[in-house]
Design a protein around this ligand. Sequence first.
Ligand SMILES: O=C(O)c1ccccc1NCC(=O)[C@H](O)[C@H](O)COP(=O)(O)O
Length: 216
Amino acid sequence: MNPGRTRIKFCGITRLEDALIAAELGVDVIGFVLVPGSPRQITLAQARAIRLALPPGPRTAGLVQNADAALIEAVRTELAPDLLQFHGNESPALVRGCGQPYIRAVPMGDPQCWSDWEQDYPDAWALLADSHSREGGGGSGTAFRWSDLPAPDQRRRPLMLAGGLRPETVAEAIRSVHPWGVDVSSGIEAAKGRKDALKMRAFVAAVRAADAQMDS
Ligand SMILES: O=C(O)c1ccccc1NCC(=O)[C@H](O)[C@H](O)COP(=O)(O)O
């Protein structure tokens, strides 16, 4: 990945047509929500079929919440994503023992978490700051208080900003937070689990415009 630009993750992909547009747009990571009860839940078999149909380019992430070792192993063997994403009460030992690059979601509903979790997950591929509470959740379409995040020079791991981002707000988020990456789900949807092509394009264009402005 190009280190000079904000990485983009589209989460909650359930349809190949949406994944192909994401790939065409140069999105860095495509996330599959494997969480029972989520309106964006996808089965391992469906996610695998999309992964296998993707052109080279985007990484894939399998997102779990409150997973145990058996589920993690099933995701690794049946989906074989590039990344695992942990969104619930998974312990540092479980997460770090999974033997795979991972994204750890940090519940910014409890802002005290950030510094502890940075210490607990020192080998995370990225820490994803989202608006949920310690009890879990995600894809809420709501933002948290960005000022609760540490300044860029205080961050130990790459920060991926999530929570309520939209094509209209992502540029301001990039200017304010200077995240390593941005993650979006609701803000690019036509309906839960179905992405909107125009919103996907507008989101990526807004990120690239913000990047260009920051470089100038
Ligand atoms: O998307 C879900 O339904 C979901 C359910 C349970 C745990 C996590 C979930 N999504 C996590 C994500 O990575 C979302 O992209 C992230 O929360 C941002 O969502 P949004 O605020 O809708 O952009």
